[in-house]
Design a protein around this ligand. Structure first.
Ligand code: NI
Length: 134
């Protein structure tokens, strides 16, 4: 088994809040991330595909193809967007790194032609990232 990773970056804004909570509860829970007009992050996305090497190519998956799949299905939909309002696949979700990672997994699942989707890692800051493995 071998693992291949493609890294992409995108910039997006969000506001963390839950309309079902009071302002005071929201403030306590989300702090600065509840700024009413939002704030931005430079996200780093790592997509890991696992599988066997194709003896004809020496590749698990052609990274040019993996890049295109990630850009077409994810980056083009989130880059320079407001994650609360502009992204259909996040509609109705609180755009935490956890929820974004799971939603990205669901966007990519079934679209990797060689190997299988193994992990989606999403860095929201240099020190904070989440990882989803389905
Ligand atoms: Ni934030």
């Amino acid at each position: 088994m071998i693992y291949v990773t493609r890294r992409e970056v995108f910039s997006a804004s969000h506001r963390l809040f839950n309309p079902q909570l009071t302002d005071e509860q929201t403030d306590k829970l989300f702090g600065k991330c509840n700024n009413p007009n939002g704030h931005g992050h430079n996200y780093i996305l790592e997509v890991i595909v696992a599988g066997e090497i194709n003896p004809d190519t020496g590749y698990l998956i052609d990274l040019k193809l993996l890049k295109k799949i990630i850009i077409d299905n994810v980056i083009s939909k989130v880059d320079h967007k407001n994650l609360n309002m502009d992204v259909q696949f996040l509609s109705g979700k609180i755009p935490t790194a956890e929820n974004i990672a799971i939603a990205i997994w669901n966007e990519l699942d079934g679209k990797i032609p060689d190997g299988r989707l193994y992990s989606v890692k999403l860095y929201e800051t240099e020190n904070n990232y989440v990882e989803y493995r389905g």
